[in-house]
Design a protein around this ligand. Structure first.
Ligand SMILES: [Zn+2]
Length: 408
């Protein structure tokens, strides 16, 4: 199986976009040394010689380039970082969804689509889904995120309106269907579940069988840097996606995926960009020709918390800069695959004053976009706890940055 999702012939007419992106990256003083003059993006072989682009470098490039759309407004979204001030990615109005819709039409004019991706806080998915729904000509309920005690009333409304489609992050969809199950609410008209933002959760199949037996999943894969890279249908395995022709996917020998945008409208300089996802190119049992990509999960320090990426290493680094903190560790508590709380354990240094735990908690919560958003309705679920020692693995003696605990 080839290492690229497009054949050399299919890629050739679009590679001028990659060449232009290479020129843009070279124009960034901090990145120029990564791209010496002999490197080129004129062929797939040449592309394979380029260094992969890391998140931090993409953010450096964007800060320098400040791209702007030619024909529309330029939207700023949270991109590639979960702590500190939001790192920013750019997209034009439309969010490149016209080229997605050309190849993937889960919605049609007869649908009533509930957009349950959170809106605001510089998150992109809600607006991207709205653009797709717009192209589909369906009716839209722009719901966004709701608080715990609001699910029941909204579900009654959705059932009464006979909604046919809903879209959200899998962990948010689980909340919707878990509430429906426990409240005995059924959505018999629901046929389509759109998802994006994290891996599909098998428990959703069980929820759907009870709440909405006619519903089938329709997945998108992408990031705020790349936008939608690939899509799948109910006939594809949940972890296999078909890349769009304007997205070039590459699987390196180490098993990491990288992405090159071949859409000339693309504002982010995405050139062999690594999202941190591992994967491979494969055939899809749905029978659609051409390589599909199987996504095998993340391999960086980012962990999914309620559908948002929390960068564990960044959070620890920030905590360890606080006075009196010697070491820190993140403990993520989950119940049925959903985060119920995040504890930051801190070992206090012996010789200095005891750290101000409450102040540190407030600082980290405010400064970490992922925590502030994931726990906006239950902020007390993020705690900072002084401990004598961190949790270590008795078998290996290793102390991991992240410990995941299942709540009984
Ligand atoms: Zn397929």
């Amino acid at each position: 199986m080839t290492a690229f999702s497009l054949s050399p012939e299919a890629a050739a007419p679009r590679l001028h976009v990659a060449r232009r992106t290479l020129d843009r990256l070279r124009s960034v003083p901090a990145l120029a040394p990564h791209y010496p003059a002999h490197l080129d993006a004129g062929s797939l072989d040449a592309l394979a010689q380029l260094p992969p682009l890391a998140k931090v470098d993409l953010n450096t490039a964007l800060a320098h380039l400040e791209p702007a759309a030619e024909q529309s407004a330029t939207w700023l979204f949270q991109s590639g970082g979960s702590t500190g001030a939001p790192k920013v990615g750019y997209a034009p109005t439309g969010f490149y969804m016209a080229s997605v819709h050309a190849h993937w039409q889960p919605l049609d004019r007869t649908d009533l689509f509930v957009n349950a991706w959170g809106a605001g806080r510089m998150w992109g998915a809600h607006f991207l889904a709205a653009a797709l729904a717009d192209l589909s000509g369906c009716r839209i309920i722009a719901l966004g995120s709701v608080a715990k005690d609001e699910y029941g009333a909204w579900l009654e409304l959705l059932a009464a309106r006979r909604v046919t489609a809903i879209g959200g992050t899998p962990s948010v969809l689980r909340l919707w269907f878990a509430h429906a199950r426990s409240a005995g609410i059924r959505l018999p008209a629901l046929r389509k579940v759109l998802w994006l933002g994290e891996a599909w959760q098998p428990q959703l199949d069980a929820d759907l069988a009870e709440v909405a037996p006619e519903a089938r999943r329709w997945g998108m894969f992408g990031s705020t840097e790349t936008w939608v890279v690939g899509t799948n249908t109910p006939d594809c395995p949940a972890e296999v996606f078909h890349p769009l022709p304007h997205q070039l996917v590459h699987a390196d020998p180490g098993g990491l995926l990288d992405f090159t945008a071949l859409d000339p409208e693309m504002l982010n300089p995405v050139l062999r960009y690594r999202t941190g996802d591992a994967g491979e190119l494969t055939d899809c049992p749905c029978g659609r020709p051409g390589p599909a990509m199987r996504v095998l999960g993340r391999r960086d320090s980012v962990v999914q918390v309620r559908g948002l990426g929390l960068d564990v290493d960044e959070l620890i680094e920030r905590a360890e800069r606080a006075p009196g903190v010697a070491r820190a560790q993140v403990v993520l508590t989950e119940r049925d695959g959903r985060a119920t709380g995040v504890d930051l354990l801190v070992v206090t240094a012996g010789t200095v004053a005891v750290p101000d735990v409450e102040r540190l908690r407030t600082e980290l919560f405010t400064a970490t976009c992922t925590l502030g958003t994931a726990f906006q309705h239950d902020p007390w679920a993020f705690r900072v706890r002084p401990v004598d020692e961190l949790v270590s693995n008795g078998r290996t003696g290793k102390t991991a940055a992240l410990v995941v605990r299942e709540e009984s």
